[in-house]
Write a new protein. Structure first.
Length: 441
């Protein structure tokens, strides 16, 4: 059944084609837009998104390996405070920078397709600069901020263009794209662990800078819009009525709360494994399991979002993630249960990422004038805010090893406060479901 969104998009396409025929008579009836949801161009675009997602996001999602290395090797082990902030800064800034980019792309629509070329060199520059660091603050500014700025310049246009290429299969397409993070997060931790143990962090960062530059650059070409753009500028306030709706704010609050704890297991599981007497390789394995399970989680939840209300998917992901934290991580004191936790948490918490596609769908259904770039920017800001705050907050929660020796299993390992915090934030992530029950979503 054709939705209101599909009708609006078809009308836009017909208008664009009519304008083009009017101003370009030579095109005549042969001019047409590439098809949405199918065709060579759409699948090439989605393939490029998947690979870029894997390489750009897979690196910061593997930061748990660097967290363990920096904490146990000079010149950082003598003053390890702030190390966790490096990873959460990279993810947080990459999400948050989507807001000013959305404002710019809203005003100058041509800029999204032009600016994407600057992202990859900027990321490589950040990694090379980080290889010369001798303190944590420098790593935060380079491996964290500079890398993230480059990643955001590639990531934000991809999200905006994907909304053009996929209409009926939007949830599935977003799920496939975001599954790239899991694939990158499955393989990159093992690569980083091997390079760090052989060459140290300086050479490792330089190797990855060159590798990332070489592997990602060819796919930037396929990261292009489906609809033609021009130098026309728009008011920066255009399409922002969604900010006045309870639907947006309830979903935004749940997303931000979930993000406060979402990144914590991926950062601290290697250190938790070491506290249990397990080897660094086991810590790398646990991070990889989280990311690997996230691949199937994002794709499956994206598939469900095309068929059910997003609030239902929010509930499934939140309950599944919270239960895995409280019963899996909290009760673990050996490797088997830790592996089970990593898989379940990766599936449900990783799947929560796909709910963004559902947020886009439901908000646009309520207001067809919604600017997609601005909406994506705000949703990314919620996730980025949670990521950015979770770094220093997690270090504060760990200070003094609360409950160590006073509780059983994982709760008494010194990481108990982190476990509870992660479980609580996952639970609050279900705010969208409660909002729908009371009629606010």
């Amino acid at each position: 059944m054709t939705t209101t969104s599909n009708v609006a998009l078809q009308e836009l396409e017909e208008t664009l084609q009519g304008v083009d025929r009017l101003h370009n008579p030579n095109h005549g009836p042969e001019f047409s837009l590439p098809p949405a949801d199918s065709g060579k161009d759409a699948w090439l675009f989605l393939t490029a998104c998947f690979i870029l997602e894997a390489l750009i996001w897979g690196f910061p999602f593997s930061f748990g390996v660097f967290q363990e290395y920096y904490s146990t090797h000079e010149p950082f082990s003598s003053d390890p405070s702030g190390i966790a902030v490096i990873g959460t800064t990279a993810t947080g800034i990459m999400y948050l920078f989507a807001v000013p980019l959305a404002v710019a792309y809203n005003k100058w629509s041509w800029l999204a397709n032009a600016s994407k070329w600057a992202g990859i060199p900027l990321m490589a520059s950040g990694l090379v600069a980080a290889s010369f660091a001798n303190n944590v603050k420098t790593l935060v500014m380079t491996q964290g901020v500079l890398y993230a700025l480059g990643g955001a310049v590639v990531y934000s246009p991809a999200l905006i263009f994907l909304d053009q290429w996929f209409v009926r299969r939007k949830g599935l397409a977003f799920g496939v794209m975001w599954a790239g993070t899991g694939v990158g997060g499955l393989t990159i931790p093992f690569i980083m662990n091997s390079l760090l143990s052989r060459f140290g962090f300086r050479t490792t960062l330089r190797i990855w800078a060159v590798t990332n530059l070489v592997l990602t650059s060819p796919f930037i070409y396929f990261l292009r819009p489906r609809l033609p753009v021009g130098p026309v500028s728009h008011s920066p306030r255009r399409g922002l009525n969604f900010l006045r709706t309870s639907t947006f704010w309830i979903l935004f609050i749940g997303l931000t709360a979930e993000s406060l704890g979402y990144f914590i297991p991926g950062i601290y599981l290697p250190s938790f494994a070491r506290a249990l007497g397990l080897s660094p390789a086991i810590g790398t394995l646990l991070v990889a399991l989280i990311n690997a399970a996230g691949v199937s989680g994002t794709v499956f939840m994206g598939w469900l979002i095309d068929r059910f209300h997003v609030a239902t998917i929010v509930l499934i992901c939140s309950v599944g993630a919270a239960a895995s934290v409280f019963l899996g991580w909290g009760l673990s004191n050996a490797l088997p249960l830790l592996c089970i936790f990593s898989i379940l948490y990766g599936f449900f918490a990783g799947g929560y990422v796909s709910t963004n596609a559902g947020f886009l769908k439901i908000i646009k259904q309520k207001d067809q004038s919604t600017d997609v770039g601005a909406l994506i920017g705000m949703l990314s800001a919620g996730r980025g805010l949670g990521a950015l705050v979770s770094g220093p907050l997690s270090e504060a929660l760990l200070r003094g090893s609360p409950w160590k020796g006073e509780a059983d299993f994982g709760y008494g390992s010194g990481f108990g406060s982190l476990i509870v915090f992660t479980g609580v934030t996952a639970t609050v992530g279900a705010a969208g479901f409660l909002g729908r029950r009371v009629g606010w979503v």
